[in-house]
Design a protein around this ligand. Structure first.
Ligand code: PAP
Length: 346
């Protein structure tokens, strides 16, 4: 039996965690979208093999079959609220970091950033900001999200065309974080082989699939471009961030994030060094060494020792240690071609 590479690795908010319990493996038969889900005929979608399971092309986005079923249900049933704040990422672009930063910034009046009892000291960042589409919503009810108080801090890997239409209608604000694609493919390759529980792909093969636009929630360029265009059209609604820029100036980005979340830092807070405290608390060095993130086993779904899998190196440019010059040039050329004329560059 193979571990489900997505649902075992993502989780619910603390309050909703109880609803997430229960086992599921990717190999289980996946119910087709029922009458409860959106009226998409998932069974007739184009399919492709290469990753740990069959992927389907759903509204231009490659998803594993169960993820497509879950996304379809979310599109039909998830009820956005006007004050929802969505964190959107392509997988492996720094989701864990963005969740930690956003949680710390948004909740700092309730949880003192430098306090010894801050939730980030004892909970994995992935557990503090729930994904909308994960765990699979045909197996774990959306009621868990309905039960959260407003304003909700939620996360998604869905590209903009898959978001429930009400998100745009209500003008929900979105923080999008992207990353240099060469680092993404390396991070993804490590992650999938680490948590795949038997599934293993050579880097060469994973790279070829990725560069061909065939990756989970891919193609990556469509994902980034979709949010990039939205951020150009509606800068007050979509804040577009890059991992490498955040690495270069974390404090500047924490302030930007606070402004966008409409909880700007006061002069007193800036003077007292609260911005730097957020940066320190959410740094790779700090979070990755905490017992909850380095060795804890959280019984998300089926109970997997997954917490440390979200902390590998946390660096910009690690691709240089894995990709040949030829591979790097190939991916660069594809990205340049796909992003041509958009103004977005890596
Ligand atoms: P997800 O999209 O699958 O939910 P995500 O957090 O984006 O997970 O992926 C983990 C990556 O973020 C890892 O990158 P790496 O493989 O290149 O090392 C991980 O190390 C990095 N990461 C996790 N936490 C932090 C952090 N606090 N600061 C910087 N990078 C981080």
């Amino acid at each position: 039996m193979r571990t489900c590479l997505i649902c075992c690795s993502h989780s619910l908010s603390v309050g909703a965690a109880a609803m997430a319990r229960g086992g599921h493996v990717e190999g289980e038969s996946i119910p087709a979208a029922t009458g409860e889900a959106e009226d998409d005929d998932l069974a007739s979608l184009p399919t492709r093999e290469g990753w740990w399971t069959t992927f389907v092309l759903y509204h231009g986005c490659w998803l594993s079959s169960p993820t497509a079923t879950s996304v379809s249900l979310v599109r039909a049933q998830f009820a956005p609220r006007h004050d929802d704040l969505l964190l959107a990422t392509y997988p492996k672009c720094g989701t864990t970091w963005l969740k930690a930063l956003s949680f710390a910034v948004a909740n700092r009046s309730r949880h003192r950033v430098a306090g010894g009892d801050h939730p980030l000291l004892t909970s994995h960042p992935q557990d503090l900001v729930p994904f909308i589409e994960l765990p699979y919503r045909h197996l774990h009810p959306l009621a868990a999200l309905d039960a959260l108080p407003s304003p909700r801090l939620l996360c998604t890997h869905m590209p903009p065309q898959l978001l429930p239409p009400r998100v745009a209608e209500l003008g929900c604000r979105i923080v999008y974080l992207c990353r240099e694609p060469k680092d993404v493919v390396v991070s993804m390759w490590h992650y999938m082989n680490k948590v795949g529980n038997g599934f293993f792909l050579d880097l060469d093969k994973a790279f070829e699939l990725f560069v061909d636009g065939f990756s989970l929630f891919g193609p990556i360029w469509d994902h980034c471009l979709g949010y990039w265009k939205k951020s150009m059209e509606e800068p007050d609604t979509v804040l577009f961030l890059k991992y490498d820029d955040m690495m270069a100036d974390p404090a500047g980005h924490v302030k930007k994030l606070a402004d966008f979340l409409r909880v700007p830092f006061t002069d007193e807070e800036v003077g007292a060094g609260v911005v730097e405290e957020v940066v320190r608390l959410c740094s790779f060095e700090k979070l990755s060494r905490l017992p909850v993130n380095s060795s804890a086993v959280v019984d998300r779904i089926g109970g997997r020792p997954m917490n440390s899998a979200f902390f590998r190196k946390g660096k910009a440019g690690d691709w240089k240690n894995y990709l040949s010059e030829e591979m790097a040039n190939k991916l660069d050329a594809v990205i340049e071609e796909k992003l041509k004329g958009s103004g977005l560059t890596f």
